[in-house]
Design a protein. Structure first.
Length: 260
């Protein structure tokens, strides 16, 4: 009975996100961030330095999920939520710790090691992408560039955006908003998350994702920069928010581009 409850409510083999699993996943995320924070203190590395090296790992998880969406990879627990995130997170952490260890032994920059390993992991997924609708792909990218350019232009006039890390976090979420907007408004897809789904249905457009993302992300970044002095805590939180934006953005972009 317990197994059936977990299967029905916490694995994306059935319905999408609900209020219950959203809360539970949020709690798990919070615990994970605390553990990762302690890890960064232990290895004495700045989370901000992982902004670029971690992207291949995000792409690995997101592209694997997109391949499941399009029937290329099997619909199994390891490739759906939360399995794919657990797998990707575990591989990333193990690779990071191994890279730091190798750096101490042979003086190779751990960031380069991390980037190379992550890129190699992506190769099987890239080889299995046998169709990509470039019109759809560039619809999303075009809208993302258009909206993002506003904030790139404003970055020197808006103190919060002068920080490259902050701008990167916002742009990751704008890509997520762009992919959702195109998928829902142009191709009839549905929003899976509870609050965005409610707002999208109420306003009858997923364009609401743009003001929602902009207000929420900029507000959170402002709070982090204003009230948190510890750089490790600050940058760990920002890295987590960056991942939460880029991972679904890439999954949506690839799923949509392969599925149309």
């Amino acid at each position: 009975m317990i197994n059936e409850f977990i299967e029905e409510n916490f694995f994306y083999l059935h319905p999408g996100y609900t209020l219950l699993n959203t809360i539970v996943f949020g709690i798990i995320l919070g615990i994970s961030v605390i553990i990762i924070l302690k890890m960064f203190r232990f290895i004495k590395k700045d989370p901000e330095d992982l902004l670029i090296p971690i992207i291949p790992f995000i792409f690995f998880g997101s592209s694997a999920r997109a391949l499941v969406d399009n029937g290329i990879y099997p619909l199994t627990h390891i490739f759906v939520t939360p399995g794919i995130y657990i797998l990707t997170g575990f591989i990333t952490i193990v690779t990071l710790l191994s890279s730091v260890y190798i750096e101490k032994k042979v003086e190779w920059d751990y960031k380069y090691i991390l980037t190379v390993v992550g890129s190699i992991l992506c190769i099987p997924n890239l080889l299995n992408i046998n169709h990509l609708n470039l019109i759809v792909f560039f619809q999303v990218i075009g809208i993302w560039i258009l909206i993002s350019s506003i904030f790139i232009v404003l970055r020197n006039k808006w103190s919060i955006l002068k920080n490259k890390f902050n701008l990167s976090v916002l742009m990751a979420h704008l890509l997520d908003a762009s992919s959702t907007f195109v998928a829902v408004d142009f191709y009839g897809y549905g929003e899976q998350h509870v609050l965005p789904n409610a707002l999208t249905n109420f306003l009858n457009t997923a364009f609401v994702m743009f003001p929602l993302k902009i207000v929420v992300i900029l507000s959170v970044l402002y709070i982090i920069d204003t009230y948190i002095e510890d750089s490790t805590i600050k940058n760990t939180l920002k890295l987590a928010i960056f991942i939460l934006g880029l991972a679904p953005a890439l999954r949506n972009l690839l799923s949509l581009s392969m599925g149309i």
